[in-house]
Design a protein around this ligand. Structure first.
Ligand SMILES: C[S@@+](CC[C@H](N)C(=O)[O-])C[C@H]1O[C@@H](n2cnc3c(N)ncnc32)[C@H](O)[C@@H]1O
Length: 334
């Protein structure tokens, strides 16, 4: 598995807060997401957008501006993101509803808020710049913070808690599966040696990893280790699987669009495979078919990549629901 490695922005103050730009996250592929939304709302301006990862509200704000009659249901598992998005989207008044929750539960949240018709469901995976650049959250290699890495620090186990009990083989699997780390047993031993030897901060762990593993080209060897640990702490693969299973069921009108932005090759592969299956088999009992809204994955333009290095690893895939006709492949509704 090849991990896309994002270059992290570095303008942070001593307490780890990003300077300038408020929440500090620049939305990726925002024009492309807005274009998909315009197509999904082409027949009528009314309907709902479900933003499964609202973050600082960058995509949400752009969508609400572009589609002045659309309404938005947005969620995020990070209470700080929910707060930031509520502040940013406040000028849109009742058009924007922001809820704290994981996107594995998006179907239940949408049912609870009776949002119909839904014209766009979008997920922009991974971490926000705010999370990376806030030292106390414990995501950063460059800013010293606690070994935490939880997107929602109100629940679940922190990285320190997980590392206290994990077996070396189990940790090696995490590093191999989510970080593409070949010498995973050796690297897992270094991580455990560090924390069991008393390291309690990201800085101490990163320093030991760099000393022992060096750099791969310009990339800090610890970057991939940190990425793998973050995906493990937040159970990101299971979250994505659940979203890929349940979010398609939200389709209810002609043109409902399902869009997903990934930053990691394993996530992109999961999305690609799940979308290919949806194209083949549709939604089981329900009459209709999913068609590609983009011929292949969209990537950021050269200009966007130059201005926002996070966008370099982004891939956007999207499908469009068309009720009434059956899929070509096996298992389609009669
Ligand atoms: C890349 S940021 C989204 C940025 C946002 N689209 C914007 O324009 O500001 C990813 C966000 O997804 C959230 N997130 C990640 N996994 C999640 C999950 N399983 N459920 C809900 N939110 C999640 C993170 O907390 C983070 O705020």
């Amino acid at each position: 598995m090849t991990a896309h490695v994002a270059t992290l922005p570095q303008e942070a103050t001593a307490d780890g807060t990003v300077t300038g730009g408020g929440f500090g996250h620049v939305p990726v592929l925002a024009d492309e997401v807005v274009q998909l939304a315009r197509a999904a709302f082409a027949a009528t301006p009314l309907g709902w957008i479900v933003d499964c990862t609202v973050g600082g509200g960058g995509h949400a704000d752009a969508l609400l501006h572009a589609l002045p009659q659309a309404r938005l249901l947005a969620l995020d598992r990070d209470p700080e993101a929910v707060q930031a998005a509520r502040t940013r989207l406040a000028p849109h008044g009742e058009r924007a509803r922001i809820v704290h929750g994981t996107f594995s539960g998006v179907a239940a949240v949408a049912a609870q808020h009776t949002v119909r018709p839904i014209r766009l469901v979008v997920a922009d995976l991974g971490v926000s710049s705010h999370q990376f650049d806030t030292a106390r959250r414990g995501f950063s290699l460059r800013l010293d913070g606690p070994l935490d890495m939880r997107m929602d620090a109100t629940c679940g186990e922190s990285l320190a808690d997980l590392l206290a009990n994990v077996r070396v083989e189990e940790l090696a699997d995490v590093l191999y599966d989510y970080g593409d780390i070949r010498r995973s047993i050796g690297t897992a031993r270094i991580v455990l040696e560090s924390v069991r030897g008393g390291a309690t901060t990201t800085g101490a762990l990163a320093a030991l990893l760099e000393r022992r593993l060096g750099r791969v080209g310009r990339i800090h060897a610890a970057t991939q280790v940190f990425q793998a640990l973050r995906m493990w702490v937040n159970d990101e693969a299971a979250e994505l699987d659940a979203w890929l299973r349940d979010a398609p069921g939200l389709a209810d009108v002609d043109g409902t669009t399902l869009a997903c932005i990934t930053f990691h090759s394993g996530d992109d592969r999961a999305v690609k495979q799940a979308f290919a299956k949806l194209e083949r088999v549709g939604l089981g009992e329900r009459r209709g078919r999913w068609e590609r809204a983009t011929r292949k994955a969209l990537v950021a333009s050269a200009a966007e990549q130059a201005s926002n290095p996070r966008s370099r690893s982004a891939k956007l895939r999207a499908l469009r629901w068309s009720p009434g006709s059956a899929p070509d492949g096996d298992g389609g509704a009669a």
